[in-house]
Design a protein around this ligand. Sequence first.
Ligand code: PHE
Length: 343
Amino acid sequence: MDEFSRLDEIQKTGLEALQAVADENALQSWRVGYLGRSSPIMTLFSQLPQVPKELRPAVGQRANQVKQALESAYALHSQAVKEASLNRALQSEQVDVTLPGRRFVPGRLHPETRTLREVYRLFGDMGFQVYRSPDVETDDYNFGLLNIPEYHPARDMWDTFYTTNPNVVLRTHTSPGQIRAMRDFAPEPIRVILPGMCYRYEQVTVRADIQFYQVEVLAVGRHITFGDLKGTLTEFAQRMYGADVRLRFRPSYFPFTEPSAELDVECFICGGVGCPVCKQSGWLEILGCGMIHPVVLQNGGYDPTEFSGFAAGMGTGRISMLRYHIDDIRNLWINDIRFLDQF
Ligand code: PHE
């Protein structure tokens, strides 16, 4: 075969092979194979000195044409391959920026949790710390030690959930925590609040549920008077309900306090005129309170001739109803997400 047919052959196979090249790797090996140092065309260049002298210019010229043809075909094809691979990447990595985003659903605090934290903060400002006591109590802590003996008519004030063990009850109020705190702190002075869920076997209404939060307030010391009770609770109520809210202390009865009282705030629905929420009285009862009964002080480990103290117990459900405009207290613990979502 003469040099011219060989050159034709080199150009033909080179261009054909290039047509099959579809990616950058193949492109690279094609370049090495058809334009590299030991490729047929380059080999032919290096053998040019052996070509008979009179043919050499024509062969050389033809060889240059073939090399240029291969080079420009390569340049063109590699451009096409790069564009194709870019398009493939754009296709496969496509992001639809018009799709709606996925909404992040944050958790939130229960309205009662928020109310409780506000109560902690207000009493914390006055030097009270939070003290925890159990939800399940013995009959003794819930009643006996609080000066409510068995068969005492005052037990009717609390309709109780009993358990199969007749000595174990669900606490009907947070007052048993008074005894626990006193036995823990005696003979040191005490200033604590005791928050917790309470349970009563009662008729459920818009204003009262069978489970509810109470916060007990307890102060014990050597010179605590009824004036301290009034001052502390008035300060709390004014910070909670507003500085110019109308308040009234009313005499009452609890077996574990003497004297006893209840604190009313003017009805936040009708402003004191009278409505169904306040049963037309214009007042809402927010807590029971009193000076700790000597028997209870003694049961807690304090000498009633030296120590005195006051206690109060308030439900927080009413406070939440007021703060968040909840018109039915049963919503609080029914666990309906449509209700809870609103806070
Ligand atoms: N424990 C009482 C109740 O639940 C409230 C109370 C607490 C009254 C402390 C006086 C002192 O009804």
